[in-house]
Every structure is written in C-alpha cells, then in structure tokens.
Design a protein around this ligand. Structure first.
Ligand SMILES: *[C@@H]1O[C@H](CO)[C@@H](O)[C@H](O)[C@H]1NC(C)=O
Ligand SMILES: *[C@@H]1O[C@H](CO)[C@@H](O)[C@H](O)[C@H]1NC(C)=O
Length: 559
C-alpha cells in the first residue's frame, strides 16, 4: 500500500470504530481502576420501590408499589386520613387500608413524604409532561383504566380519574410523543393503544393494534413493550422478538424489522433495552440515526419452567443492537460477561449505559428468579465490539423482580426495590426489599473530583425553545476543547419492571467554545435539538462531560 492510501485506510478505520454515538476521546476511561461505589441510604421509605421517577426541579423521587396487598411498612399518617378503600387480592373484598403505597423521597435531604393513592398502581405506567409533572396510567383492577396526576410540591398529592382510559392497561407502556402528548400501548388482554385523554375527559375508543396480537404467545412475552420515538417522529416498537416502525398519526405500520432470534425479550422474559444516545451535529439537516440496544432476557418458556416445573433456567447472555433508522437494518450481537434477566438500563451522562440489578436465572414473576446480578455492567456503546463491557463493584443486596434504578442529577444512580413475593415478606428467601442505595459509577472516582467540571447554573439559561443556541458557563481547571468535550441531556424516565419509559439521551451539537471568559470559567455554546422528534418537550438533565468526567447536571427545559 502506498503511504497516502495507507493513511486514508487508517483514517477510515478510525472513523468506523469511533462510531457515531459519542466522540471516542471524550469517552476514554478517566479512572480505569475505580469500579464504582455503593452507599446504603440511612433511611428507607417503608414501601418497596416497584415504580420510581425523579421529578425535575424539586429533586424528589416519586416511589410507589401497589395497593393490592393492603399493607406496606409505612402507616398512612393522620393528616392524610380518612384511609382509602382498597381491594384485597387474596379475597377480592374491598376494605379500609391505612397503609401508604406511595411517597416523595427527597434525594438530597432523604426526607420521606407520605402520599395517598386510591386506585391500584400495580404494574402501571407513567411519564413526565412538559412541566415535569407525573402522569401515571393503568394498573390492576380498578386502577387499570385510571389516569393519575402528581405535581411536585410539599403538599401535593395524587389526583385520579379511574375511568379515563378506554381499555385496561396492566403492564402497558406509556410513550411521550414529539408534541408532548402520550400514547399508551398494550397491557394484559389489551391489543390496542390510545392517547391519554385531557384531564377530566374519557376516551370513547382505542386503536386496535394487530402487532400485539402477532407477538402474543401463551406466556405473554410481549407485555411492557419497548417504545421509542425516533428522529423522524415515528415510533419504534419492540415486543417479544419482533419490531416495527409505527406512524402514530396515520396509525400505519411503515416497516417491519428483522426478528431478534435467541429468546423472548419482554415481560416476563424481561430483557433490558435503551435507545442509545442520539448524536446531533452542527449541520442542522444532517440525518440523526437512532440505535436500539437489547440485552439479555430469557427463553420464551422461562416463566412456565419457574412457575410450574419449579426450575429456573439461565437467562440470555447476548446484547443486540440495531440502527433502526438505517435503510438496511440488521441486529449485531455480542456476549455479556454474565447472563441477565430483569436488569435496569440507565443512560449515564457520558453516553454509556449502566446495566444494573437483575438475575442470572429465571424470569420475572414471584419466586421465578435466582442468582441475583450483584455486579452492575458498564456498557460503552462507542467502543469497538469486544471492549464494551466492564464489570463493576458488587452490591450485597439482591435486586431482582420489582426493582428500580434512576440516574440522579449529581451523577449517582438511585437503586431501590426488589420484591420477589406476593405481598410484603421479610422472612422469604429473597425478602421484600425496602432499603435504598446510591451507586457511584466510575466517573465519580475520588481522584477525579478536582477535575470535575461544574456548570454555573446561575449564569446559564435554564429553558430554551427548539433550535436555540445556549451558552453554558462552565467552571473547570482544564481548558475546554472540542475533542474532549460532550454536552448531553437526559430525559428522566419512569422506571418499573426493568423498563425505563421515555428515557433518552441527546448529545448536543457544540457550536463554539470560549475559554477563560473570566479566569477558570469557560463558555460552551450548544444548539438545542431542532424539534420534539429528537427531544420531546420537557425537562432534561443537562451535563457537560470533559475527558469522560461529567459535571453534576442542571435541569433544562426545552419546548
Ligand atoms: C377474584 O377476582 C378474580 C378476577 O375477577 C378472580 O379470578 C378470582 O378467582 C377471585 N378470587 C376470589 C377469592 O374470589
Ligand atoms: C419468535 O418468537 C416466536 C414465539 O415464541 C417463535 O415462534 C419464533 O420462532 C421466534 N422467532 C425467532 C426468529 O426466533
């Protein structure tokens, strides 16, 4: 090879391996020997975290379980009485329930504020609206057609509309669209989808959805389908082992993707799926690709083996990805260090993915899993295959069925839940878990603390319309340069059953870097996403990442 063609070849290879996710330089391990750290929080909220979402600005987690057991470990305080009526699962009798099933949990002060929910939130769905308020949907029995609203304030509590939805939504997925509206997909025996109606109105109809019938099997491995808004405004929907692209305006299936072989991926053979970071370019019209990651799951029969044969089979150990915006999409698969079912997938500000919680054996369902995954896995999407996984420091608390994980603004990951039992059972092999933890990913290594960039929140805009250029003031000992810098924003997801609804990460286009606007303070100008198709309206955790070290994030509203 002549010298010049060799150079061209090397450049081409470099471009290929650096991928389109995140710039490789910004993603190098800043502290390769620090494998993360676990902290047990000093208090527990008295309920097991089956569902969790971080409310923007107030930095309160909303945590809730289900009313169906009529019991938790947190009594409803006097000022919240009278106690609601709840239906008992064992007897079907409705009687007075004076236990709490939902709380605010302040991630800074660790204060627990009890809330009162009337309808059953068991295996429900949710998402945040443009103003960062929680809209929750579905659940069990009287909860299944409910819409619920929860604002973040010290005296706020649930407002519930039990007959708002047309169809029952138990194990359904709520998806935020480009215009800020929500569609809700599926649920047990509901082969349909529908918009969340305006508050105080009820849906007269739902839209039949053949895809959910086609992917149904006798063990229902298509519950909690994965739904992602892709940059052309359509929805990528994965259920069981198949996927489609749906035009939600025309209710029309635009394309079918190749099936993903190897097993089943949705509840109860629950895998972990995220939409990988969406990278934006300075060229406003450049195509934005969307790539989906699906890791683990189980064989389609896993739930039957566990329930009926009392035999827990190994989970799947593959991790597959596909560029769903590609004209010629294919799944490419590699192996994880260990099999995993029911892990949570957390997008980190660096553009990496944390696979945390879960089990090596079995499926979702009570007492249907064993061999907890104590070690989280760090997955670096921009690295070449074979060098993407790092096993991190283990916890010693099993977090299997009904556990959660959410990224916090300081860069740590909130971890809670695990209830392998029908009700609260502290004496079981895997007890109902009330304890909460925070996990510090490797980028929080103590030796990196001095190098951590900080956003000067008071000197930075906190909201902007689509497409606007925004200057972010950054305090950092090191100068900024475009090769070592990323600016990311992450939508806080609604997490339950190992699905993180509406989680997405956008890597913003950097327009300009001005070092030392005054000593030690720099400014990076970024372009807000061009439209709701890339970033639905709402609050995002905005973070500046320098040489792989993310700043604490600030709340930023785009609309
Ligand atoms: C409770 O109701 C469910 C659903 O309607 C039914 O399948 C179950 O048998 C009932 N249980 C009892 C104890 O009546
Ligand atoms: C997808 O799942 C169905 C139902 O379990 C199964 O019949 C089919 O063979 C699977 N397809 C692939 C490609 O694995």
């Amino acid at each position: 090879m002549a010298a010049t063609s060799k150079l061209v070849f090397i450049l081409a290879v470099l471009l290929l391996v650096s991928g389109h996710q995140a710039s490789a330089a910004a993603n190098d391990d800043p502290a390769p020997y620090f494998l993360g750290k676990w902290e047990l929080l000093p208090n527990n909220p008295g309920i097991s975290a089956m569902h969790s979402v971080l409310l923007p600005n107030v930095d309160e987690m909303v945590i809730f379980d289900a009313t169906v057991w009529q019991i938790s470990r947190l009594p409803l305080p006097d000022y919240k009485r009278p106690c609601p009526m709840h239906q008992n699962k064992a007897t079907n009798v409705t009687n007075i329930d004076c236990w709490c099933h939902s709380v605010f949990y302040n991630v800074n002060t660790l204060q627990v504020t009890p809330l009162k929910v009337i309808t059953d939130t068991w295996c429900s769905s949710g998402g945040l609206d443009v103003n960062g308020n929680l809209i929750s949907t579905g659940g069990f029995l009287g909860g299944s057609r409910t819409t619920r609203y929860l604002w973040g304030c010290p005296t706020c509590d649930w407002t519930e509309y039990p007959t708002a939805l047309k169809d029952g939504r138990w194990y359904a997925t709520q998806a935020l669209l480009a215009d800020g509206s929500f569609l809700i997909f599926g649920g047990r025996d509901s082969f349909s989808y529908e918009y969340i109606p305006a508050e105080r109105t009820e849906n007269a109809y739902s839209i039949p959805f053949q895809f959910l019938r086609d992917t149904y099997d006798v063990l229902e491995n298509n519950l909690y389908p994965f739904v992602y808004l892709v940059p052309d405004g359509n929805l990528y929907i994965f259920a069981n082992n198949r996927s489609i692209l749906l035009d939600p305006r025309a209710n029309y299936v635009l394309r079918e993707y190749p099936p993903l072989p190897g097993g089943a991926r949705n509840y109860p053979s629950t895998s972990t799926s995220v939409l990988l970071p969406l990278k934006l370019y300075r060229d406003y019209y450049a195509r934005v690709d969307a790539e989906v990651l699906i890791c683990g799951g189980s064989v389609p029969e896993a739930f039957y083996f566990g329930e009926v044969e009392k035999r827990l089979v190994p989970a799947l150990d593959d991790c597959a990805r596909m560029v769903v915006t590609s004209p010629d999409p294919v799944w490419t698969t590699e192996k994880m260090p260990t099999p995993r079912v029911m892990s949570d997938g957390v997008l980190l500000p660096t553009g990496d993915v944390l696979l945390i919680n879960g089990a090596e054996l079995g499926s979702a369902g009570w007492k249907d899993a064993d061999k907890p995954c104590f070690k989280p896995l760090l997955y670096k999407p921009s690295k070449p295959p074979g060098s993407r996984f790092t096993e991190l420091a283990p916890s010693d608390i099993p977090r299997m069925y009904h556990s959660v994980a959410n990224l916090l603004p300081d860069g740590r990951v909130f971890v809670g839940g695990s209830n392998d039992n029908d009700g609260y059972q502290e004496w079981a092999k895997f007890p109902t878990e009330l304890r909460l933890e925070k996990f510090s990913p490797p980028y929080l290594a103590p030796e990196l603390a001095d190098r951590r960039p900080m956003i000067l929140v008071d000197e930075t805009e906190k909201a902007a319309p689509y497409g606007k250029w925004v200057g972010i003031k950054v305090k950092s000992a090191e100068m900024l340069n475009e090769f070592d810098l990323m600016v990311t924003m992450i939508a806080p997801p609604f997490v339950t059953h190992s699905i993180s609804m509406n989680q997405r990460l956008i890597e913003l286009a950097i327009i300009e870097i001005k070092n030392d606007v005054y000593p030690g303070v720099h400014e990076v100008v970024v372009a807000m996403p061009p439209s709701g198709n890339i970033a639905p309206p709402g609050y995002y955790m905005l973070s500046v990442v320098l040489k792989g070290i993310p700043s604490p994030s600030m709340w930023f509203q785009v609309k």
